[in-house]
Write a protein that binds this ligand. Structure first.
Ligand SMILES: C[S@@+](CC[C@H](N)C(=O)[O-])C[C@H]1O[C@@H](n2cnc3c(N)ncnc32)[C@H](O)[C@@H]1O
Length: 242
């Protein structure tokens, strides 16, 4: 495999980083640039406290792997020694440079597309594994994104996820999450601290294999879930059922 090479595609056409900025940039370019800069520094910090979950959940990942919202590439090192064709889809073109640097550092060939989880340019049933870490909090339409992830997975394909989620209703932390949400969303590039992502995954039409709940060493977005869900064979064209 041609490791260390980075190719950036828009759908099927090979394109450059400036094409990418034109397609996915636009309004809020400075905000996106600043967030990419932060993710290049913070993503790897989060990788440390999530590493044990990632080692376990990514252990059997192989084949065509789609990572939605890969950010600056905090997960790439986990795939470097595996036989995978890694494809990333992220709407922030300013992540590309950081992704490319990290891919070179760990020796992984990557293909990056500018786009969103809600509208994936892949055929139904074409992906072996979908990876989502700290992304379902940020997608604009979680229901549609999960429907798309289910659509592109092959029958028996796996969605592997690690996400921060809402604190239980009625708790002080949940009230704090609701209170800070407007400013949190602005500062965190659309990140919602109080999404019930577990319920959304359970309603997605995918068969939940395992979900563990744990607390991350963070103040507001402490409650996390980690696990996987499998696309049932019988419903290879299943859409979101919730
Ligand atoms: C908090 S970062 C997480 C990055 C990386 N997954 C990690 O674990 O370090 C959230 C990422 O999701 C991306 N994102 C936001 N909205 C998205 C969408 N609708 N579809 C796909 N990715 C999205 C952001 O651009 C950003 O790269």
């Amino acid at each position: 495999m041609d490791r260390g090479r980075v190719v950036i595609y828009a759908l099927s056409r090979e394109f450059t980083q400036s094409d990418s900025a034109r397609i996915c940039g636009g309004a809020g370019a400075m905000r996106l640039r600043i967030f990419a800069w932060f993710m290049a520094r913070l993503g790897h910090k989060a990788d440390r406290y999530l590493a044990s979950y990632k080692f376990e959940l990514f252990a059997d990942v192989s084949g065509t792997v789609l990572e939605v919202g890969p950010g600056a590439g905090a997960n790439l090192r986990h795939f470097a020694a595996k036989e995978v064709h890694w494809i990333g889809v992220d709407p922030n073109p300013y992540m590309n440079r950081h992704l490319a640097e990290e891919a070179k550092r760990v020796g992984l060939r990557i293909d990056v597309l500018c786009g969103t989880a809600e509208d994936l340019p892949f055929k139904a049933g074409s992906i072996d594994y979908v990876i989502s870490t700290l992304v379902l909090c940020s997608v604009t339409n979680q229901r549609r994104a999960l429907s798309e992830l289910a659509r592109v997975l092959k029958p028996n394909g796996k969605l592997v996820f690690i996400e921060h989620v809402a604190a239980p209703p009625g708790t002080l932390l949940r009230r704090i999450q609701s209170f800070v949400k407007p400013i949190w969303r602005r500062m965190g590039d659309g990140c919602n601290p109080d999404r019930d992502t577990r319920a959304s995954i359970e309603r997605s039409g995918l068969a939940v294999g395992e979900i563990v709940e744990f607390e991350a060493p963070l103040p507001i977005v402490r409650p996390h879930i980690a696990g996987y869900a499998i696309k049932p064979i019988a419903t290879s064209e299943s859409r979101f059922t919730g």
